[in-house]
Design a protein around this ligand. Structure first.
Ligand code: ZN
Length: 174
């Protein structure tokens, strides 16, 4: 997922201008409330790529289980393990080139981002305390490493006994 300015325009819309404005406003409003609530997008493309690759690894999983802390993107009940696929921008991947901060309303965004980071960390703590293992795959990894290679690492981790896994090892710096 990208920053707040990465929204598609309505330029191919054939509606008259007043309706176009209305539709655009609706999109903006939806985008805004999404930013306000800081929720994670479901079924974003990198997550889908990883899911398909995990499936090719023979792994079976459930999605977005609401009854678990942080509503993990991917849940492997058999391994009592979860995997978060985190957008670097929203979830503030440390030292990553995609972890930019908007130039306007910087204070607002900084506060919002801090809440996301605190929430993520709390969710992971709660999961670990409840005996779940927690993997985090940052989206930048899926830009630079084949999804199948990442899925293979996740599978190896699932079959091992380490409580956590973070991919990539090092973020892509600017
Ligand atoms: Zn990153």
């Amino acid at each position: 997922m990208h920053g707040p300015r990465a929204q598609p325009t309505m330029r191919h819309c054939s509606l008259n201008s007043s309706m176009t404005t209305e539709v655009t406003d609706t999109v903006d409003q939806r985008t805004r409330s999404r930013m306000m609530s800081g929720i994670r997008g479901k079924d974003t493309r990198p997550e889908l790529l990883l899911r398909k690759a995990l499936h090719r690894q023979g792994l079976r999983f459930r999605l977005h289980r609401k009854d678990l802390p942080g509503r993990p993107d991917i849940v492997f009940p058999r391994f009592r393990s979860v995997c978060f696929v985190h957008g670097c921008f929203w979830h503030r991947h440390e030292n990553c080139r995609y972890t930019t901060t908007p130039a306007t309303r910087t204070e607002f965004w900084t506060r919002k981002f801090e809440q996301n980071v605190v929430r993520d960390s709390r969710s992971a703590d709660e999961l670990l305390a409840a005996g779940w293992r927690v993997a985090t795959v940052w989206e930048c990894a899926l830009r630079h490493e084949p999804a199948d290679a990442i899925a293979a690492r996740v599978r190896a981790w699932l079959e091992g006994d380490l409580p956590t896994l973070v991919i990539p090892d090092e973020p892509e710096r600017t």
